[in-house]
Design a protein around this ligand. Structure first.
Ligand code: DNO
Length: 398
């Protein structure tokens, strides 16, 4: 596996030099300054590549784009759909010309990844990100005041959410809002409460089946181009992998992936296998999923979660990389087996890029102002642990 590291660009408090010291071999980034739907230019891509080469003395290069965001206009088939598709295709051409072959995106309506607390204290002294279903329901029912929200939760969850909302002061409410709608890095769009309400309204008539078809329509426009250009598109799972705010989510389970991979059966379209996203759902067996999806996995995010027992939707907390409900060793073994299979078949993409996803804020991360989930030391620790597993499994297989 190729060890990569997410970097949010020159604004990122965690530098490229840090990434190199942490053991990264390649960089995952995006032109975060550009709004979704705008075509990327060759100059802007070249500038970013030059920054990476320069800051690392040529040791690192831009391996994976995360994300080339799919605009809401594409996801809702808005009147300017064709223009938005053209912009996406133009960006793909620019990336191919620059030699960047792997492009990650997601197809979540309105919100990208969602948490209710960005820095939950851990007994050891660090902090982790959490998703608490009751807090989320409190946001949905009492802060966003989405019509019908109360009825969309089990009665005990809705009642508990009412108690939580009644206890919260204004600053706790705005921290919850910040965590849910605007605090996360890498999300394609920054939303206000008003934006969220309006966007949910647009999706109101859209069922999961319609969203799935819209996804296939998008892929039908971009995958043939990816094939011609030698690119690999890879869809990130829903995070968390269940419906939120009454919106459909269609990339949450093995069946979801199999349906879309079957509908668009091309090696140029595949999976960003994110163990932390998929693992937040009790009925997702990540090892079985990794094995079933292996031939189409183009990019891997490795992190872990400890989730509430029971069924989705459920609460979870981001745990240490090797210590959670996901059998991380089993997933890594599945990916290494796939790499061996590809090498034997002479596939040019035999080495699959992975990154240690998220990390706790520990040691000098605390108060460092790094992006939530993306501190230097917490991720370095994750990278080192994962690297140990990879080395041990590789030795054993030799
Ligand atoms: C969170 C990330 C996501 C991811 C996008 C991919 O840490 O994994 O924001 O980048 O969903 O499009």
């Amino acid at each position: 596996m190729r060890r990569t590291w997410r970097w949010f660009g020159p604004e990122d408090r965690v530098t490229l030099a840090d990434a190199r010291q942490a053991g990264a071999e390649g960089i995952v980034t995006a032109l975060h300054q550009l709004a979704p739907g705008l075509p990327w230019t060759a100059d802007a891509v070249a500038e970013r590549q030059a920054q990476i080469a320069e800051a690392s003395g040529g040791a690192l290069q831009w391996d994976v784009v995360e994300s080339l965001p799919v605009s809401e206009g594409i996801k809702t088939k808005s009147p300017d759909w064709a223009t938005q598709i053209d912009a996406y295709r133009r960006s793909m051409e620019v990336l191919a010309e620059a030699g960047i072959e792997t492009i990650c995106y997601n197809f979540m309506p309105v919100l990208d990844w969602t948490r209710t607390e960005l820095r939950a204290p851990l007994p050891s002294g660090g902090t982790a990100m959490r998703f608490d279903l009751v807090d989320f329901a409190a946001f949905d029912i009492h802060i966003l005041e989405r019509p019908g929200a109360a009825e969309s939760y089990p009665p005990d969850t809705a009642a508990a959410a009412g108690e939580v909302a009644a206890r919260m002061n204004d600053s706790e409410k705005s921290a919850l809002c910040e965590a849910v709608v605007s605090g996360l890095p890498g999300a394609a769009e920054r939303w206000t409460l008003e934006d969220v309400r309006a966007a949910i309204g647009i999706y109101a008539p859209l069922s999961a089946d319609v969203l799935r078809q819209t996804h296939v329509d998008f892929l039908s426009e971009v995958v043939p181009l990816a094939e011609r250009l030698g690119l690999r598109l890879c869809c990130h799972p829903d995070d968390p992998p269940f419906s939120l705010l009454g919106l459909p989510r269609t990339m949450s389970t093995l069946e979801d992936y199999q349906a879309i991979l079957g509908a668009v059966d091309s090696a140029a379209f595949g999976v960003t296998f994110c163990t932390g996203s998929l693992g937040a759902r009790p009925d997702n067996d990540c090892v079985a999923m990794a094995r079933a999806l292996a031939p189409r996995i183009h990019f891997v995010h490795l992190r872990n979660v400890i989730r509430e027992k029971g069924r989705a939707p459920c609460s979870f907390i981001e745990s240490e990389h090797l210590d959670g409900d996901v059998d991380m060793v089993g997933v890594i073994e599945a990916v290494l087996d796939e790499e061996a299979r590809r090498r034997a078949a002479g596939r040019p993409d035999a080495e699959i890029p992975m990154r240690p996803d998220h990390g706790h804020d520990i040691l000098t991360d605390i108060g460092s102002g790094a992006q939530p989930g993306y501190p230097a030391v917490g991720r370095l620790k994750g990278m080192a642990e994962l690297r140990g597993v990879i080395a041990a499994l590789t030795r054993r297989a030799a």
